[in-house]
Design a protein around this ligand. Structure first.
Ligand SMILES: [Zn+2]
Ligand SMILES: [Zn+2]
Length: 121
């Protein structure tokens, strides 16, 4: 595929980390940036259109900050583990993509918790 060159500016620290990673992996910096862009754009396309979705949400909360997951209108299969002062919940959710995304957003905003989202298609 033909390539197009363009200049971008990023924080120095980020650029140095990118150069370090490119050196460790033995690939061109451009190849890494291209891969990251593809992932980001794919994610954006995925969330842009309402569809029947299946995704994993991984929620990790500090002890005492645990939230209970309420997922109305979605099918949810759940794993739940407590270990070393943290609570981890893995949710396999199916249903409306906008409902899944709003569930993820509310979990990601919970204090003392971190949430990750992985679409499974
Ligand atoms: Zn989806
Ligand atoms: Zn828990």
């Amino acid at each position: 595929m033909p390539k197009r060159k363009f200049g971008i500016s990023v924080e120095r620290e980020l650029a140095e980390e990118l150069d370090g990673l490119a050196a460790r992996l033995g690939v061109e910096r451009s190849a890494l940036v291209e891969r990251a862009l593809r992932e980001m754009l794919k994610e954006h396309r995925h969330s842009a259109e309402e569809h029947d979705c299946r995704a994993l949400i991984v929620l990790s909360c500090q002890e005492g900050k645990e939230v209970s997951v309420v997922a109305e209108g979605l099918s949810v299969t759940q794993l739940h583990e407590h270990r070393e002062g943290s609570c981890v919940q893995v949710l396999l959710v199916s249903g409306s993509s906008s409902k899944i995304y709003s569930l993820f957003s509310s979990l990601a905003q919970a204090e003392g918790c971190e949430a990750k989202y992985v679409a499974l298609h």
